[in-house]
Design a protein around this ligand. Structure first.
Ligand SMILES: Cc1cc2nc3c(=O)[nH]c(=O)nc-3n(C[C@H](O)[C@H](O)[C@H](O)COP(=O)(O)O)c2cc1C
Length: 170
């Protein structure tokens, strides 16, 4: 599938809509180079430190967490409307015990700037390098969100990924 490079503001409204409707697919690799993919429903493409940055929230219990800690890289890929079931699959199975690329019939495509792969079936890809990380601060969180999002703890680590390259289906 042909792809073209775009700027990160191009079609960002469609990226946000897909995140809300289905989730986005976040890929990573471990130190051994094995790729993994998980669904994210929370995230934020924007501008920080005069740079394009994709902010994502990953709980420490995710296998993906270990991968990002190991490599400091990830890719956010935007699925099509037809990929809803795949998003649910990648958001319920763990790469700890499953190869989700095989299970979800997803094609691994090499990225240009990071080791985490693109997904051939997706329409848009944000290649990101972690430039900052911090944990959701329990004491600073609104009690309403604390009760809603963290009844079991497992507070997210927030990764700020500088967007190095964005590509889209031509
Ligand atoms: C629609 C949807 C959105 C999700 N959003 C997030 C998210 O933003 N952050 C997160 O840590 N987990 C999120 N999850 C849960 C993970 O995708 C899920 O735990 C996944 O199995 C983790 O995979 P891994 O262990 O291979 O990393 C979401 C799940 C779904 C279905």
């Amino acid at each position: 599938m042909e792809r073209k490079e775009i700027t990160f503001t191009d079609n960002v409204d469609q990226t946000l809509k897909m995140m809300k409707d289905h989730g986005l697919l976040l890929t990573s690799v471990g130190a051994d180079g094995r790729p993994n993919v998980m669904t994210i429903g929370w995230g934020n493409p924007g501008v920080i430190w005069s740079r394009p940055v994709f902010v994502v929230l990953v709980r420490p219990s995710r296998f993906t967490f270990q991968n990002i800690e190991a490599t400091g890289e990830f890719v956010v890929s935007v699925p099509t409307d037809g990929m809803h079931d795949v998003c649910m699959y990648c958001g319920t199975e763990s790469g700890r015990d499953t190869d989700k690329f095989a299970g979800g019939d997803l094609t691994v495509v090499e990225a240009e700037t990071v080791r985490a792969p693109l997904i051939g079936q997706c329409v848009r890809h944000y290649e990101c390098k972690v430039v900052h990380r911090n944990d959701v601060a329990d004491a600073a969180l609104s009690p309403e969100i604390r009760a809603e999002a963290y009844p079991q703890g497992d507070l997210h680590r927030i990764y700020y990924g500088q967007i190095l390259r964005v590509t889209e289906r031509a």
